[in-house]
Design a protein around this ligand. Structure first.
Ligand code: AMP
Length: 281
């Protein structure tokens, strides 16, 4: 496994692999890797000849009052975890990606003004910009994203379509802890008590799934039941709970066939997100 910090060297290695007819699978990450990230890497391994993982804590996607400076950076541990799972790690310094005269932004209008975008203005432009740039550097045939960040995946898919990137976007299921909490680099911020209470997100998703299985199609009723559950959890403060169309991310009133239940909840000072697809059987 090669660890590379420069754009030039990355492009040279990729160009050589491509000219030998190899398919490139790519997993963009911000590091602090866990089994959720590794599941994407292993899926990329199965589908491609060469697997590239990027580790870059992207300053563009953090708001001024967000956790950019305290975001967990565990690079040595990340390299150790990735060994044997991928061929190349692209781990650039901030200046390599965004030199002083950098000035381009990619904005995907529409899905970037709902759900998480309301409390994180500019976040998705930051994500789209860095992913566009990484696609330009790595030139992957396929790129892998987690369902946990459903809105991000919708936005990247749209960007790929709108800008004709020759990249197949592959979605991978959310990997969870044994009690159901979605794995996230931010779970490390939780105290012991908060970690215990954080399972309420998953419990809420599962109870909504049960309501749908029992015949409930009214989005408002499901949402209310969920908000009640979250209100009973002392350390939880709801940012949003929404039932939306899985493509447009616009709210639906009733679940016709399927819909996406998405939530963002503060547990103490940590904002966690999760989602589940609700299906009428
Ligand atoms: P991040 O490092 O948080 O930017 O995440 C990098 C990629 O890993 C994104 O595509 C995420 O959706 C994905 N990811 C993060 N957590 C999980 C998880 N628990 N299960 C599956 N994919 C995940």
């Amino acid at each position: 496994m090669e660890i590379i910090e420069t754009i030039d060297k990355t492009r040279k290695i990729i160009a050589k692999a491509k000219s030998a007819g190899k398919k490139i699978g790519f997993v963009p990450t911000m590091g602090a890797l866990h089994a959720g990230h590794l599941s994407l890497v292993d899926r990329a391994r199965r589908d491609n000849d060469v697997v590239v993982v990027s580790i870059f804590v992207n300053p563009l996607q953090f708001g001024p009052r967000e956790d950019f400076h305290k975001y967990p950076r565990t690079v040595k541990n990340d390299f150790a975890l990735l060994r044997g799972h991928c061929d190349m790690v692209f781990a650039p310094a901030s200046r390599e990606m965004f030199p002083d005269d950098y000035s381009t932004r990619v904005e995907v209008k529409g899905p970037d003004d709902v759900l998480c975008a309301r409390s994180r203005p500019g976040h998705f432009a930051g994500v789209a910009t860095v992913v566009a740039k990484l696609f330009g550097i790595v030139s992957p045939d396929r790129a892998y994203f987690g369902q946990k960040d459903a809105q991000q995946a919708v936005i990247i898919r749209k960007m790929v379509r709108d800008l004709n990137f020759p990249v197949e976007v592959v979605m991978c299921p959310t990997i969870r802890e044994s009690d159901g909490l979605a794995m996230s680099s931010r779970n490390a911020y939780l105290s012991g008590r908060q970690r215990g209470e954080a399972v309420v997100l998953f419990q809420g998703l599962k109870s909504a799934e049960r309501m749908v299985a029992a015949g409930q199609k009214d989005a408002l009723k499901i949402r209310r039941a969920l908000l009640d559950l979250l209100r009973r959890t002392p350390s939880a403060r709801v940012d949003y709970v929404e039932i939306v169309d899985k493509h447009s991310l616009r709210p639906v009133r009733s679940i016709a066939k399927e819909a996406l239940l998405c939530m963002a909840v503060w547990i103490g000072k940590t904002r966690l997100i999760d989602n589940i697809e609700l299906k009428i059987m």
